[in-house]
Design a protein. Structure first.
Ligand SMILES: [Zn+2]
Length: 235
């Protein structure tokens, strides 16, 4: 079994990154309080090409939607399943060429040192957050709950932290080919990827995390990060 390949097309990228930045920098204001550095959660849409000969299985992300009804805090984002079902029904009815191919959510960190200390770009798991909790429990659960017809789902984490001063570093790969880190002005962003797959358990269909990390391809992103930093430097 080859690792899942995930290609994110350029026009899906602004939604992913700006929703993570909005939750981080703007947050949410209610009459009583303002909270920032929140998580966000959304769905990835597109299509899938199956494994064939030398070609690995691939999902191609063409669109992303954000769950504005998700219960979000600094350390969690819990989507409303009713909202996810509504979107699947609505989108596939009017855009029959799209299907859910995965999820994304963000990890906000107060500082670069905090993000580095906890390797905050990695998926949370029972080892890091407690029994039966974390991304690696939630993703297969969601896969099983709503997406059993999908052989694979890709899951992206957009980790965000503010920098003290404008960063200027070339984008670099992290966690093999499954993610990368970027400096975007006074922000550092990590995009990492994971995959879950449908499997047949003895007592029926279910889902599990795939052992191998995906190969993540966001062809436009590195080039945009470099151009954006040039643009800022010449302002
Ligand atoms: Zn997470």
């Amino acid at each position: 079994m080859k690792p899942l390949n995930i290609t994110v097309e350029d026009h899906a990228v602004p939604q992913l990154i700006t929703s993570a930045l909005e939750a981080y920098e703007i947050g949410r204001t209610s009459p009583r309080k303002k909270e920032d550095k929140l998580e966000t959660f959304g769905l990835l849409w597109g299509y899938m090409t199956p494994e064939r000969g030398n070609r690995p299985p691939r999902i191609i992300v063409t669109t992303a939607t954000v769950e504005t009804s998700a219960l979000v805090t600094k350390g969690s984002a819990k989507p409303d399943l009713g909202s996810l079902r509504m979107k699947m029904e609505f989108v596939t009815r009017y855009w029959p060429h799209l299907e859910v191919v995965g999820t994304f959510h963000s990890h906000p960190y107060d500082s670069l040192s905090e993000a580095r200390e906890y390797k905050g770009w990695q998926a949370s798991s029972p080892e890091t957050v407690g029994p039966n909790q974390g991304d690696t429990v939630f993703w297969p659960w969601l896969h099983e709950e709503l997406f059993l017809n999908n052989p694979y789902l890709g899951h992206l984490i957009i980790s965000v932290t503010a920098l003290q001063k404008t960063g200027w570093a070339l984008p670099k790969a992290i966690e093999g080919d499954s993610g990368f880190e970027l400096s975007l002005g006074k922000r550092k962003i990590w995009i990492t990827s994971y995959a879950s797959e449908a499997i047949e358990y003895e007592d029926g269909p279910g889902a599990q995390m795939m052992d191998a990390l995906p190969v993540l391809d966001i062809p436009s992103m590195t080039h945009r990060a470099i151009e954006g930093n040039f643009a800022q430097a010449s302002d």
